[in-house]
Design a protein around this ligand. Structure first.
Ligand SMILES: C[S@@+](CC[C@H](N)C(=O)[O-])C[C@H]1O[C@@H](n2cnc3c(N)ncnc32)[C@H](O)[C@@H]1O
Length: 286
């Protein structure tokens, strides 16, 4: 069997079961053959050994059984970087690149030096920011020790100096930051069981945003002021349909703006800590 035969076969098998059958078949085959996309294309006529064919079929079956491609191949590209991914972390989504892009646009104003990422998961956002702007001091927290282990591995292999902290949101976070970013779990609990099987295979802790999906976001907005410098900015990723409710929660913030993902849907909301709130929290801090 040639590479082309296997791609055609994989595409046909996955069609109707996954969103991007050809892409998934291609990624699985590249992984099994240990070759890049370009090499795969250059060798489409080459025949493949029996052992690799068997491994490809096993991988296709795992995919058909609802495992994400990223969990099967062990990595996912995000912001042009290869992140190690295990079932202990959410697979970083292209939508979250809007969070990175928006953060970079704020950082490029030139005065920001410190960034905190809450709910870091695989570390994709924190590591991408550090790689883009090496002078930044980047701290990232998560309440999952297993996720933090993956994030640390990513920071190491991508040579990004990020400080990781085990923390329930701000619980163990010390100090103030110029920018705080978060992609917290924001799916309402009752919606989770209606999602595709592969999404349900991701860590519940990374998905479940409580009864209305906004439990974590509410907590972040309520305590962020104590961790932002004056002029500091909070950026939160959420679902487009949650933006109106989040705007209301941020009524004490200034300069509230939303930013759209590639599909043109509001995906990230930004606000600057209110001067009054900041002044009070600085006065009250020990
Ligand atoms: C939606 S995932 C985001 C992962 C990653 N930042 C990304 O964008 O791909 C949410 C993450 O929040 C973490 N998390 C859930 N509850 C948390 C809490 N109370 N405090 C800190 N992290 C929490 C989960 O472990 C998970 O890694």
């Amino acid at each position: 069997m040639t590479i082309k035969d296997l791609l055609v076969q994989g595409n046909a098998l996955l069609k109707g079961h996954v969103d991007a059958p050809f892409l998934d078949a291609r990624l699985l085959l590249e992984h099994i053959l240990g070759i890049s996309h370009t090499r795969l294309l250059l060798r489409v006529g080459n025949s493949v050994d029996q052992e690799s064919v068997k491994r490809f079929h096993r991988a296709l079956n795992r995919r058909l059984n609802g495992e994400c491609t990223a969990y099967i191949i062990g990595y996912k590209e995000f912001w042009g970087l290869p992140f190690i991914i295990t079932p202990d972390v959410l697979v970083p989504r292209p939508d979250t690149e809007t969070l990175v892009e928006t953060a970079l646009n704020f950082i490029k104003q030139g005065w920001m030096e410190s960034v905190l990422e809450l709910c870091t998961g695989s570390g994709a956002v924190a590591v991408s920011l550090k790689r883009e702007v090496p002078y930044l001091s980047v701290t990232a927290g998560d309440v999952s020790r297993k996720a933090l282990a993956v994030a640390r591995e990513n920071a190491q292999h991508l040579q990004a100096d990020v400080t990781f902290v085990y923390s329930d949101l701000f619980e163990h976070i010390e100090g103030r930051f110029d920018l705080i970013v978060a992609n917290p779990p924001y799916i309402p609990t009752c919606v989770i069981e209606t999602l595709a099987r592969e999404v349900q295979n991701e860590p519940r802790l990374a998905l479940d945003g409580g009864e209305d999906g906004l439990v974590l976001i509410r907590r972040i907005i309520a305590s962020v002021i104590e961790h932002l410098y004056p002029r500091g900015v909070l950026l939160i990723e959420a679902a487009p349909e949650q933006m109106i409710a989040i705007r209301e929660m941020m009524s004490r913030y200034r300069n509230i703006q939303t930013f759209c993902d590639l599909a043109g849907r509001e995906r990230v909301i930004a606000g600057t800590g209110s001067d009054l709130g900041l002044a009070l929290s600085i006065l009250n801090s020990p």
